[in-house]
Design a binder for this molecule. Structure first.
Ligand SMILES: NC(=O)c1ccc[n+]([C@@H]2O[C@H](COP(=O)([O-])OP(=O)(O)OC[C@H]3O[C@@H](n4cnc5c(N)ncnc54)[C@H](OP(=O)(O)O)[C@@H]3O)[C@@H](O)[C@H]2O)c1
Length: 328
């Protein structure tokens, strides 16, 4: 039986989720693909931290341990920030190693370069998990683009913001109380500024723009607003009028092929497809030339939704194994 050897970079919420699914679904993956998965190493920042048992797997704080192994076929990357993630993935691709990432901050900025590099190297790159977690928007866009043209994408791309807006409306509480509840439930980070300030949704929008339109707008041209300026009185007045605040990231392309967009709170009525999307869910409307409008809704974050998006990329890449993987 052939083996696919992988490494996992990062062993927090997402990296551990990848490990768990690969372990739990070992037999199914073998049946489905014909390959045995071997996780050779896990790279973390602090090797002394208490973690779940990972028998037979080297836990290291050195990426060199991964690159020193000439048999690594694929890397799952779930670490934090642009660097060293970009440098690690770029080096992996240059060595012919397939990569799958969940790292949206890194991918929004460096995705176009990594995709180009991967194409040149005939290496596969998966990034489904960077945008809307478990909602399969990347695969859906790739499929749509084969025979159609995307004109506009609007999305609730940050579950934390949507949870807070939902709480403010349903429980009539101020922003700060709703944020505390999001943090208590594990939906918001200890430092939630990227979520509530709109930056997280902006990054995902840039990844979608690149895929849908082949380019990103100039970042500085995009107005980014968060939900942090919305007062509970604003929400009450909106509710009385039958309207709801949604934090919407919106991008479209003009007749000259120039993308433009915005990120911020928008008041919408019951006729809008995002009106009923409450809680931590993400939702995305894709408008295309021929299909019309398609809406996807689902869990946008969390261990299993995000890790399952990475495993879905993995199975897709393994499906192309004749071309891209040379099993040991
Ligand atoms: N959580 C989600 O629901 C979600 C959803 C979509 C995308 N993402 C993205 O997925 C990535 C991981 O998120 P997470 O929630 O799993 O984060 P996390 O729980 O904070 O875990 C991050 C992991 O990365 C490791 N790490 C950080 N910097 C490193 C470095 N320089 N070298 C080696 N390892 C490093 C940490 O090591 P230590 O354990 O030693 O600290 C930790 O294991 C992020 O880019 C995030 O934006 C997350």
């Amino acid at each position: 039986m052939s083996t696919i050897k992988v490494a996992i970079l990062g062993f927090g919420t997402v990296g551990e989720g990848v490990y768990r699914i690969l372990n739990e679904k070992k037999n199914e993956i073998k049946l489905q693909t014909g390959y045995t998965i071997e996780i050779s190493s896990i790279v973390v920042r602090d090797v002394t931290k208490n973690r779940i048992e990972t028998p037979g797997i080297k836990i290291t704080d050195s990426i060199q341990d991964v690159f020193a192994d000439p048999d690594i076929d694929l890397i799952f990357e779930a670490i934090i920030g642009e660097e060293p993630a970009f440098a690690y993935l770029s080096k992996a691709i240059s060595k012919g190693i397939n990569v799958i990432t969940a790292n949206k901050a890194m991918f929004a900025k460096h995705g176009p370069a990594l995709i180009k590099q991967a194409e040149n190297q005939n290496v596969q790159i998966g990034f489904e998990a960077t945008t809307a977690g478990g909602v399969p928007i990347i695969r859906t866009l790739k499929n749509l683009l084969q025979a159609d043209r995307v004109q506009r994408i609007q999305g609730i791309l940050n579950g934390t913001s949507n949870f807070i807006l939902t709480k403010m409306r349903q429980d009539n509480v101020p922003f700060e109380v709703a944020l505390e509840e999001a943090q208590a439930n594990g939906f918001a980070e200890a430092d939630p500024s990227d979520d509530i300030g709109g930056k997280d949704a902006f990054r995902k929008l840039m990844i979608l723009s690149d895929l849908a339109f082949g380019r990103q707008p100039i970042w500085e041209d995009i107005q980014i607003n968060g939900i942090d300026k919305i007062h509970s009185d604003d929400v009450s007045v909106a509710t009385e009028k039958g309207l709801r605040y949604r934090h919407i990231a919106d991008i479209s392309i003009d007749e000259n092929g120039i993308p433009s967009g915005s990120v911020g709170p928008v008041l919408i009525g019951p006729e809008h497809p995002l009106y009923g999307v409450d809680g931590v869910d993400n939702a995305i409307i894709v408008d295309t030339e021929y299909l019309g409008a398609l809406t996807l809704i689902g869990p946008g974050a969390g261990m299993y939704p995000t890790a399952s998006a990475m495993i879905s990329d993995f199975l897709h890449i393994v499906g192309k194994r004749e071309k891209v993987l040379i099993p040991s």
